[in-house]
Design a protein around this ligand. Structure first.
Ligand SMILES: C[S@@+](CC[C@H](N)C(=O)[O-])C[C@H]1O[C@@H](n2cnc3c(N)ncnc32)[C@H](O)[C@@H]1O
Length: 292
């Protein structure tokens, strides 16, 4: 069979499976199997595909037609210009999460040797980006999932920051002891935030294949935000920041929860490219949680 024939058949299968961009996705999968750069698939159209390659390509196309995410099939997702390895044990990094990294880097701009904690690190996309963005930062990354931490460690090694991030298996902030001067300059987290009742309505790629542990967050989707807003202030140094990702429509409620703690002197919500309030940046007073 020729490359061009395989391409057309793959497009048809993915179109029938209602994949939104069947041509692009089929081409990504075929390029990965054939070992060609994407843009050369057209010029290589007359080349013969071996039976082994065709079988491997059809395995991936069939899995995609069953709505397995393209990123799990390719094993990678780009995040802030870095190729992050992904497996079904971790959430696929989303573009809006890059805003958390920007907000964190901004928060530590004037701090030498900042200490940053990434809670629910998953693939490690935030922790790795921060370690690369600030070579003098000490980064700690925590996740409750051991398989996720294995992926995060591999990503840190692959991007040359394996020795700069301490990975910890634990339940949110419980692994860290309070110190009178605070421990971290910033605590950043993209926690699970999907309300339990909305999980099954998510698109199949998310609902059927991404880890529930990375998504589900109780009845209103704010179980983790509540715990982080309560626990973070006593771990933050004076003037330190808590940076949290928010789901669509959660900003008002999270602002209220933040105010109820009485621990923060400023609260700011930043919008993503779609105009959704996506990131909460909350700051404790100069005396830390103890002094506000
Ligand atoms: C929404 S994902 C975020 C992953 C990654 N930081 C990102 O932005 O792509 C949430 C992560 O929190 C982790 N998690 C869930 N419950 C947790 C808990 N109680 N303590 C620590 N991590 C938890 C999940 O395993 C998952 O990796």
């Amino acid at each position: 069979m020729k490359v061009s024939t395989l391409r057309r058949q793959a497009w048809d299968v993915l179109q029938a499976a209602e994949i939104a961009d069947p041509v692009r996705e089929a081409d990504w999968l075929l390029a990965s199997v054939l070992g060609f750069p994407l843009h050369t698939l057209v010029v290589e159209g007359d080349r013969a595909v071996s039976s082994v390659q065709a079988e491997r390509a059809w395995t991936l196309i069939r899995r995609r037609a069953k709505r397995q995410p393209l990123q799990y099939l390719l094993g990678t997702q780009e995040f802030r210009g870095l190729e992050m390895a992904v497996t079904p044990d971790v959430l696929i990094p989303r573009p809006e999460t890059e805003l958390l990294v920007e907000a964190t880097l901004q928060a530590v701009l004037d701090i030498r040797g900042p200490r940053v904690l990434d809670v629910g690190t998953g693939s490690g996309c935030i922790a790795v980006s921060l370690a690369r963005g600030r070579s003098d930062a000490t980064v700690v990354a925590v996740d409750i999932s051991a398989p996720a931490l294995a992926v995060a460690r591999a990503n840190a090694l692959c991007h040359g920051v394996g020795d700069r991030i301490r990975f910890v298996q634990g339940d949110l902030l419980t692994a860290f002891s309070v110190s009178p001067d605070g421990v971290f300059d910033v605590i950043v987290s993209n926690p699970p935030y999907v309300p339990a009742g909305e999980l099954d309505a998510l698109q199949p790629e998310v609902a059927w294949y991404e880890p529930r542990l990375a998504l589900a967050a109780g009845t209103d989707g704010l179980d983790y935000h509540r715990r982080l807003l309560r626990g973070a202030p006593e771990l933050l140094k004076g003037g330190g920041h808590l940076v949290l990702e928010l789901g669509r429509g959660q900003a008002d409620q999270v602002r209220r929860l933040s105010q109820q703690t009485g621990a923060f002197i400023s609260l700011e919500c930043r919008k993503d490219a779609a105009g959704i309030e996506r990131v909460l940046v909350a700051r404790v007073g100069a005396g830390g949680a103890r002094g506000t």
